[in-house]
Design a protein around this ligand. Structure first.
Ligand code: CTP
Length: 453
């Protein structure tokens, strides 16, 4: 019996797939089809696959051509499979010519002509309108956003906005992207959505104007400084039927979601304490350390720290207390937020002028989860127990610098793909805004005390 194997994503199953499978089957007597997992596709940079792995398997099954369907979930698996299933022929489409020649010592390798003029990418683009995006603010994060968005299909960054002419121009030249200076409305007219990465105090106004014009908004945290303004923006997005996402990238990282799910699964028993810390010493002249009104440790890092706290313990805390170490000019160099719940407690520590261990510890009745720095990307975490020898280590997938997951979530939400839901709920965003408002009041009072306001 001649055994043939082929692999693919088979998203939005099309005639090219059918033709390939038909010809693959004809190469032998028994056809094995490997369907990629979502994880594996993401690892290869395909982050916008529409059909779930179960749906894609079902599409292959329906053809009646596959004698066996297997899952492909890691690099290097092809050789393992060829040996395990004693494969005679490996085949894929001609778009891969040469790529799999390394399998020749193990079996025959056949590249079948690719069916012209059809691909999953084309179908995805046809089905979902490409989202035309504009970037507001051309500072440090904008180039990262540009490069990470290239890994997400269905989004095109077409222009930018920066009222400061000089830096806007430099960005325009370096990235060859049209940059508006004065005319925010004109900029908005060009796009379907905006990514707001401008200074903190401008977020609310930029977001509001964009939402009023019916544009989708992905906004860096904090979207506003008060609960009222935050909720106003969410309501506005609801009225206009557009997506408003707060860009807390941790919420969209696959590892973070896995860690939250493991914590909630009861593996460490009941959770009674969450301690999160994020600190980065900012340069003395940086905005974070000099802008006493809108810079500082809390605004820089508190959202990341509050995220696992609210995800795991909820937003109905009984008390919250905020303490800061203030530097010259009344900026918070270090801020600690402590929450008291009915049956739990939590701490969020943020630093731009004080350095501490950046880690997340989730303490339960049976054990604890430890995620070391950079836990906010969650590339690795451990579950530890009383018995120090018993340690479960998880190293979830993670590509690039994390932004692509948030961008992909945003695009999927716009396209109404429901299996990618809001990772940060409206209630969580509201609760974050409540704490932010309290912090802003406290810092203002401190500055008034120092006669700085
Ligand atoms: N294939 C083909 N003809 C096409 C499209 C795909 O023969 N027009 C083949 C590929 O070469 C591969 C298999 O079908 O052997 C599965 O391909 P997959 O990557 O799932 O499909 P694409 O349409 O190429 O997907 P994408 O656009 O996401 O890359």
């Amino acid at each position: 019996m001649r055994k043939v194997i082929t692999y693919g994503t088979f998203d939005l199953f099309h005639k090219g797939h059918l033709s390939l499978l038909t010809r693959a089957k004809a190469l032998g007597d028994y056809l094995i089809v490997g369907v990629t997992t979502d994880h594996f596709d993401e690892a290869r940079g395909k982050v916008n696959v529409v059909d779930s792995v179960m749906e894609r398997i079902e599409s292959v099954k329906k053809t009646g051509l596959a004698d066996e369907i297997i899952i492909e979930d890691h690099e290097g698996q092809k050789i393992e499979d060829i040996e395990k299933y004693q494969i005679d022929v490996f085949t894929v489409g001609s778009d891969w010519v040469g790529t799999f020649d390394y399998l020749k010592p193990f079996c025959e390798v056949v590249y079948l002509d690719r069916t012209p003029d059809v691909s999953s990418t084309m179908l995805r683009e046809r089905r979902f309108k490409i989202v035309k995006m504009g970037i507001v603010g051309t500072g440090r994060i904008a180039p990262r956003f540009l490069s990470e968005s290239k890994y997400v299909s269905g989004i095109n960054i077409i222009c930018a906005y920066n009222p400061e002419k000089e830096s806007g121009r430099a960005f325009e030249e370096q990235h060859e992207i049209e940059t508006f200076h004065e005319d925010y409305e004109g900029f908005l007219d060009k796009v379907d959505g905006v990514y707001i990465a401008a200074p903190n105090e401008t977020h609310y106004e930029y977001a509001k104007k964009a939402l009023l014009k019916g544009k989708h908004v992905l906004c860096e945290k904090p979207i506003a400084f008060t609960k009222k303004e935050t909720m106003e923006l969410y309501e506005l997005a609801g009225e206009k039927g557009v997506v408003l996402y707060e860009a807390i990238k941790t919420a969209y990282c696959p590892g973070f979601q896995q860690m939250m799910n493991m914590a909630k699964s009861g593996k460490i028993g009941q959770i009674h304490d969450v301690e999160a810390c994020f600190s980065r010493l900012a340069a003395p002249m940086s905005r974070e350390r000099t802008d006493a009104k809108y810079g500082g440790a809390f605004l820089e890092f508190a959202a990341y720290n509050m995220l696992p706290i609210f995800k795991l313990l909820g937003t109905d805390y009984k008390e919250v207390r905020i303490d800061s170490i203030y530097g010259e000019g009344g900026i918070d160099l270090y801020t600690k937020v402590q929450f008291v719940y009915e049956n739990a407690m939590a701490t969020a520590k943020c630093g731009v002028g004080v350095k501490s261990e950046g880690q997340l510890v989730i303490a339960g009745t049976e054990g604890y989860i430890l995620a070391e720095s950079p836990w906010w990307l969650t590339k690795k975490f451990q579950i530890r127990y009383e018995d120090a020898d018993k340690v479960d280590t998880y190293e979830p997938r993670f590509q690039g610098d994390g932004l692509r997951y948030e961008i992909s979530g945003f695009v999927s939400k716009i396209n109404g793909i429901e299996h990618v839901g809001y990772r940060l709920t409206e209630r969580e965003a509201e609760a974050m805004a409540e704490v932010t408002e309290l912090f802003m009041k406290q810092r203002k009072a401190k500055r008034e005390c120092l006669n700085l306001e």
